[in-house]
Design a protein around this ligand. Structure first.
Ligand code: MN
Length: 298
């Protein structure tokens, strides 16, 4: 009898939920994974992910969030899952990430921005949930011109599986021959998965790519292991297939990308390749070269 070689991606490890901490006064987050803490090889091209799990905020006139700060050398991808986020930046840009929307910000050579609960959301209060993912840029694109991709809920193709028991919302890359709208600097797939019943969802990716499955709500099973809320499954690079089995009423993020196997140097909001580039980023920020916010006309 011929033995078939398994082409499954094996599980590398499962990360357990961590302590929550405040980012500014608006985002009570748990860092789901971070290359600064562990496993760069299996996480790259992703850098880190913060999840602000659903939390009730009372109505307020205050601006809740993070005050002016810079970024250089990577991208921030912000998912407004429940509630809305307002942002303003040094390029004179600003806008609202509405519920179900995603903002893909390429910091590139440098931006200065602020991030707050939207004024409308703050005034009404309610349940707030968001995710912010940091995506690395290949060295040749780290100093690219900053840009924003603002995508609303209706901009994303959604693929129904099992007669809609599972919905796959495509943020970036391709699933079932449908393409997500986000443009990326290296090959990346990002899907948001909503499951109303326990069902199987086979996934297929390129060999020698990294894959993470983040359980935002509910449970699932991957490679014979249970994923509970807040867990992150990290896979090995080898292989192409993953069998995901969801539970009812679950919500997951599936991240896949071609590794960026380059050195990483990090200080606060800057992610570069060398310490000299980090020093330059600090100097450029201090010299105002990443711009500044103009006073808000109220
Ligand atoms: Mn920021």
């Amino acid at each position: 009898m011929k033995t078939e070689k398994s082409n499954h991606k094996d599980l590398y490890k499962i990360l357990q939920p961590r302590e929550k901490h405040w980012v500014g006064d608006g985002f009570y987050v748990s860092t789901m994974f971070s290359v600064f803490a562990e496993d760069y090889k299996h996480i790259t091209p992703f850098i880190l992910m913060d999840h602000a799990a659903p939390k009730q905020f009372p109505p307020t006139q205050q601006k809740l969030g993070v005050d002016v700060h810079p970024h250089r050398g990577f991208e921030t991808v912000t998912f407004a899952i429940q509630g809305e986020i307002d942002h303003r930046d040094s390029g004179g840009g600003g806008g609202r990430i509405t519920t179900g929307g995603v903002q893909w910000m390429t910091a590139g050579s440098g931006v200065v921005h602020e991030e707050y609960h939207s004024r409308d959301f703050a005034e009404k209060g309610g349940i707030f949930e968001m995710v912010q993912l940091w995506v690395n840029l290949p060295s040749q694109h780290k100093m690219t011109t900053p840009r924003y991709q603002s995508m609303n809920k209706e901009d994303f193709p959604v693929v129904d599986q099992h007669e809609g028991d599972i919905k796959v919302k495509i943020i970036a890359g391709e699933y079932a021959k449908k393409k997500g709208p986000a443009q990326t600097f290296s090959p990346i797939n990002i899907f948001e998965v909503f499951s109303r019943k326990a069902q199987a969802l086979p996934l297929e990716f390129q060999d020698q790519t990294n894959t993470l499955i983040v359980q935002l709500k509910g449970e699932s099973q991957v490679a014979g292991q249970k994923l509970s809320m807040g867990d992150v499954a990290i896979f090995k690079r080898e292989g192409t297939q993953i069998n995901l089995n969801t539970s009812e009423d679950s919500h997951l993020l599936v991240l896949n990308g071609e590794p960026i196997d380059e050195p990483i140097a990090h200080y606060g909001p800057f992610v570069m390749n060398t310490n000299a580039e980090i020093k330059q980023a600090v100097l450029d920020f201090q010299a105002g070269k990443m711009g500044q916010l103009v006073e808000e006309a109220d």
